[in-house]
Design a protein around this ligand. Structure first.
Ligand code: NAD
Ligand code: ZN
Length: 247
């Protein structure tokens, strides 16, 4: 690990009066959830997530949606936060960061104890009725599916239920406009584990005054970064926190 860069990163964090963190699927690979774009992991090679988790499939082929896409969501349910999630929760507690903007839907920032989390691609805790908007816990939806009700139906109006995950073809939730506002008023944005190819989230890194990118592979915004740290999210974040608390 490049100690000099770790030191520079922690200096930037100390100097910044407002820092937000933007996380992607790469922060959760060490919790056993595969990302979309790391080459060679092969875990989802039989299912194309972009297709299985799309509104086109949900509307036109609900059987396929609930047997393939929805199963991928359930696969995240028992995952546990890793050191990277825990360090970010600690950094918020100690006032080094204001909060997290996450593209992830795996709930691991909440499980790690982070308080201010903007979920710009939705979550896997709830679903809602496509007709009347009524919310239901995802577990209730899953129970209906397990009982053979595909697609699952709303108890109030018999409309079709769907998970509250933002899929290809969906509009972004309110959290995204809050996130844009937070990013554009930040001194520093730290990106962790994202290829930054998914739009419009990948506009956020250009909004903050300074940018740190922590990622194993290359990202589409590497050239915008003030400090680029390539490697494991948990190793790098741990080293940064150690540097921050050392006096
Ligand atoms: P991505 O798959 O496009 O990119 C992940 C990046 O993380 C890669 O560049 C990879 O090199 C890096 N990476 C992998 N393991 C790492 C590690 N241990 N430490 C540091 N970096 C690591 O992910 P994305 O940019 O978030 O875009 C994928 C989209 O899919 C997002 O919109 C997200 O909502 C969704 N998704 C979510 C989850 C989840 O909730 N955990 C999982 C897969 C996909
Ligand atoms: Zn309804």
């Amino acid at each position: 690990m490049d100690i000099d860069k770790i030191k520079r990163a922690s200096e930037l964090i100390k100097k910044s009066s407002k820092t937000m963190v933007l996380t992607g699927a790469g922060i959760s690979t060490e919790s056993g959830i595969p990302d979309f774009r790391s080459p060679g992991t092969g875990l989802w090679e039989n299912t194309d997530p972009m297709e299985a988790l799309s509104t086109t499939v949900l509307y036109n082929d609900p059987e396929k949606f609930y047997s393939e896409g929805y199963k991928m969501l359930l696969g995240m349910k028992d995952a546990k936060p890793n050191r990277a999630h825990l360090v970010l929760a600690e950094m918020e507690k100690r006032g080094f960061i204001k909060g997290i903007i996450t593209q992830n839907i795996d709930n691991l920032h909440h499980k790690a104890g982070s308080k201010y989390v903007l979920e710009v691609h939705g979550n896997t805790r709830e679903g809602s009725c496509m007709d009347c908007g009524k919310k239901v816990p995802l577990d209730v939806m899953t129970q209906k599916i397990n009982e053979g009700q595909i697609p699952p139906k709303c108890n109030s109006c018999q409309g079709t239920l769907r998970p509250d995950v933002i899929m290809f073809g969906d509009m972004l939730p309110e959290d995204f406009s809050i996130a844009s506002n937070e990013a554009s008023t930040s001194d520093l944005l730290i990106v962790v584990g994202s290829s930054l190819v998914v739009s419009p989230v990948n506009y956020l890194p250009q909004m903050a005054k300074n940018l740190i990118i922590i990622n194993k592979g290359r990202s589409a915004m590497d050239h915008y970064s003030d400090i680029l740290l390539n490697g494991s999210a948990s190793d790098i974040l741990e080293a940064i926190l150690e540097e921050l608390v050392e006096e």
